[in-house]
Design a protein. Structure first.
Ligand code: IMP
Ligand code: MG
Length: 332
């Protein structure tokens, strides 16, 4: 059995979708559980198409992978049904009976509540939906007729799969620095985003996890308000080619150089056993499309070594472009 948790290191948008898309094709997982909610968009390029997935697990591109949304997830019914249609996964997706529901009113509250002003939330309503869940008044997946065909017990399915020696990916969303507990509070999302929380949302105990794969991006980005050490001006970000527009909300992302201290903190709190670095080709254009470590330029290798030395975590996957196979895989 292998149970791998995929967690983000910074403020989300590290390229978890890209890493998961590669693992889906290469490792052929039997099961992938997505946690979190609709506020996060995971970008997956597959067969000439680009998907910005807010609900469906990123491993959908491996046709034999069972796709699940855990009990800790918050379901946006309309978005989920639309993505099921777009990805054609109708017959292999399941939603935990106890996952909670985000309703239109939560989105309105997200955009108009005084206490959320200034945080720069995504506006999807995730914070208010979680508030409602904590009040014990939330609707659950089992209360929604359209979800009936998909209802399951995710914890049961995942633990059984692990008992049978199957390959499981637990897909985290966002990043450690947006964690309600460990992030830059109050400029955070409404839940913990660490590896432990990802397990908890899926219903998998910590002793069952084999690998925690932490995803770094070669530079940092952030959308919404809150501190960001080393932040660049938009002009400088554009000049360096780091300027990005958010996959989910269309908002401009702030950017800053890779911060080794923050990287170390993320490695520690996630208990990372290995890490990925995405977008190395944005930092060093000659890396574009490279698939072997030896072919990387010396300065890129030096950057990778420095991350390894400062975090004490081996970098096993290096992203060199947006498509699944644009990657250096240093795993045995
Ligand atoms: P909320 O999660 O919509 O409540 O937003 C809270 C903060 O987290 C805001 O700064 C958002 O921009 C940020 N955030 C939430 N989800 C994501 C994500 O998937 N990527 C990047 N930032 C996010
Ligand atoms: Mg994203």
């Amino acid at each position: 059995m292998t149970c791998t948790v995929i967690a983000g290191a910074f403020w989300g948008d590290e390229g978890k979708g890209k890493i998961i898309s590669y693992l889906a094709l290469k490792d052929k997982p039997d099961l992938c559980v997505r946690t979190g909610s609709v506020n996060a968009a995971h970008t997956v390029y597959f067969q000439g198409k680009r998907y910005a997935l807010h609900m469906v697990p990123g491993a959908f591109i491996h046709g034999n992978c069972r796709l699940l949304l855990g009990a800790g997830a918050n379901i946006h019914v309309k978005q989920l049904l639309e993505e099921i249609r777009l990805t054609g996964v109708e017959d292999r997706i399941g939603v935990d009976r106890q996952a909670s529901i985000i309703e239109e009113k939560h989105s309105i509250q997200d955009k108009t509540s005084a206490h959320l002003k200034g945080i720069g939330t995504t506006g999807w309503g995730v914070g208010p939906a979680i508030e409602e869940r904590v009040r014990r008044t939330a609707k659950l997946a089992k209360d929604i007729p359209e979800l009936k065909p998909y209802l399951t017990e995710v914890a049961e399915e995942v633990n059984q799969a692990l008992d049978k020696g199957k390959r499981v990916i637990l897909e985290g969303t966002q990043g450690l620095l947006l964690s309600l507990f460990h992030g830059t509070y109050p400029y955070v999302t409404g839940r913990d985003t660490s590896a432990a929380a990802i397990c908890s949302e899926a219903g998998v105990g910590p002793t069952r996890v084999n690998e925690v794969l932490l995803v770094y991006k070669a530079f940092m980005t952030r959308v919404g308000a809150g501190p960001m050490p080393g932040e660049l001006s938009k002009e400088e970000a554009v000049k360096r080619g780091w300027f990005e527009i958010a996959a989910g909300t269309g908002r401009e992302r702030r950017s800053a150089p890779f911060d080794f201290e923050l990287a170390k903190k993320a490695a520690k709190i996630n208990g990372a056993t290995q890490a990925a670095v995405t977008k190395l080709d944005v930092l060093y254009p000659s890396c574009k499309g490279v698939r072997t470590y030896d072919e990387l330029p010396a300065e890129a290798k030096q950057f990778i070594s420095e991350i390894e030395n400062r975090t004490d975590v081996p970098i096993v996957l290096i992203g060199t472009g947006p498509r699944p196979w644009d990657i250096v895989d240093r795993r045995k």
